[in-house]
Design a protein around this ligand. Structure first.
Ligand code: CS2
Length: 476
């Protein structure tokens, strides 16, 4: 079978949508860090739409270290298939990525792209851990990648180092800064990113830090589209429809949402055609992170303990489905400050429908990754608000208890954890002996996850121990 590429694109099967613009005329206006499935399913597809009328939305996709995306996409001239799953399935070849690089292997090219006058926007999907932040949201100066950046600002390691380096080069060349657009599941992502980049720059070049603080745009954004990892079924379906080999097709649900803070300079008008622009992204982020992602993590950890494998399968467990719905409506929803235009109960029902999507096989093990990074953002912030409001904690602590059990279970089964704190978590998991009070106390000592005030809150600790002891049974 021939490989998908510019030269073979015209041979793609009749049911497959193709870029209708001239790829030869596309210029790189966007540098993207972290071109995993989420980027290729969402932002790259949005830029592909913009390219239909404006050739300046080409993307240079940069992985920091891993060569996987570059190796898959370079022989395909950046092309890949996006499969949208639902009652109907749509296949679309995306042409937005013109170049795929690995920063560790081609640092000079990445620097040139960041410094190019035509680069207007730098987008990021590097996941929570890529931001090198402390639990309070400030830059972690002890993070090994940050230390490397402090020691050698001209040879960046972290994405923060790359942003600071790119901005330094632009300042030196008398260019305006690019807009930095975080697309990760982090509350106030743009504000945190700005503060972290400024703090990093401040250590080595205070004038640069002042320039970024004064001129840099770091709008917050909320991105939503369920994107299960590529699996064998997707590869087969793509090969059949395309009639060409695609080394890395991507799948997602039909639904997509992108809400961006209205601080985009000259790109405002164009991005308004693919996203909702608003002054208050935080309200959208909070609703999405707490209700969608909070429910996802609950389904993942509790579902795995109850022998379920996918989100849909977990939703087919009546006790778990009922529990999650009540958790969302009765416990999380009261802590959400809904943005104008969001009907929270209707949003919850729509999310539950998305979780039940029969066309999607979203592995719970994928969502379970990086729990140490996700639990504080998705669950503990809600718990903190519930404590302040004097609300019950019985259901809210269940995902936390299930995460602890999940970690201990993985360690007992000798399954490696995918988590930046895997070493510390494995030690804690190994020490678990099944006594709820001892096991919970051990985990609560993990300051990178549990804020001290929360870890010493008696009501929280008691509720957590009770939920831990009861699992896999759930409170009603
Ligand atoms: C999921 C998210 O893997 C996970 O942790 O909760 O990737 C989720 O599917 C997206 O945020 C949906 O927009």
């Amino acid at each position: 079978m021939k490989r998908l590429a510019n030269a073979t694109l015209s041979e793609a099967g009749p049911g497959v949508l193709r870029p209708l613009y001239d790829r030869a005329r596309v210029t790189t206006g966007v540098v993207h860090f972290g071109p995993g499935a989420f980027h290729r399913a969402h932002q790259a597809a949005a830029f592909d739409r913009l390219l239909a009328t404006d050739p300046r939305w080409g993307v240079c996709a940069v992985s920091l270290k891993s060569p996987g995306v570059r190796d898959a996409l370079a022989p395909q001239d950046g092309l890949y298939t996006l499969v949208e799953l639902g009652e109907t399935t749509r296949l679309r070849v995306i042409g937005a990525i013109g170049e795929a690089l690995v920063a560790a292997e081609a640092p000079d090219v990445v620097a040139r792209r960041l410094a190019a006058p035509q680069t207007r926007l730098v987008t990021l999907t590097v996941t929570e851990k890529g931001y090198c932040l402390r639990p309070d949201g400030s830059l972690d100066l002890d993070h090994p990648d940050v230390r490397a950046d402090l020691a050698a600002a001209e040879h960046p390691t972290s994405v923060l180092g790359w942003l600071a380096r790119g901005l330094a080069l632009r300042r030196a060349a008398g260019l305006a800064p690019f807009t930095v657009l975080s697309c990760d599941n982090l509350p106030a992502n743009g504000r945190k990113l700005r503060a972290a980049v400024v703090a990093l720059a401040r250590k080595g070049d205070p004038a640069l830090a002042d320039w970024i603080a004064a001129k840099g745009r770091f709008p917050c954004s909320m991105v939503d589209s369920i994107t299960p990892a590529t699996d064998a079924a997707l590869r087969l379906r793509t090969a059949e429809a395309l009639g060409l080999e695609d080394a890395w097709p991507i799948q997602r649900e039909h639904f997509t949402q992108w809400v961006i803070e209205d601080d985009l300079g000259d790109d405002r008008e164009a991005l308004a055609t693919v996203a909702t622009l608003t002054p208050d992204v935080e309200a959208w982020e909070r609703a999405k992170l707490r209700l969608l992602n909070g429910a996802h993590s609950t389904l993942a950890y509790v579902g795995l303990l109850r022998g379920r494998q996918s989100v849909r399968d977990a939703m087919g467990d009546p006790a778990l489905a009922t529990f999650v719905r009540r958790l969302m409506l009765d416990d999380i929803a009261p802590t959400v400050r809904p943005p104008q235009g969001l009907d929270v109960p209707a949003y919850v029902e729509a999310l539950l429908d998305r979780f039940r999507n029969p066309a999607i096989e979203h592995r719970l093990s994928q969502i379970a990754w990086d729990g140490s990074q996700k639990i504080p953002i998705r669950v503990l912030s809600t718990v903190g608000d519930a404590i302040a409001a004097g609300a019950p904690l019985d259901r809210l602590v269940v995902p936390v208890a299930a995460w602890i059990r999940f970690v201990a279970g993985q360690v007992a089964a000798s399954i490696a954890l995918t988590d930046p704190l895997q070493g510390a978590l494995a030690d804690l998991g190994r020490a678990c002996e099944g006594d709820p009070s001892d096991d919970v106390k051990r985990f609560l000592a993990l300051e990178a996850v549990f804020p001290r005030g929360l870890a010493s809150d008696a009501g929280f600790v008691i509720a957590l121990e009770r939920a831990y002891a009861a699992l896999p049974d759930l409170p009603v």
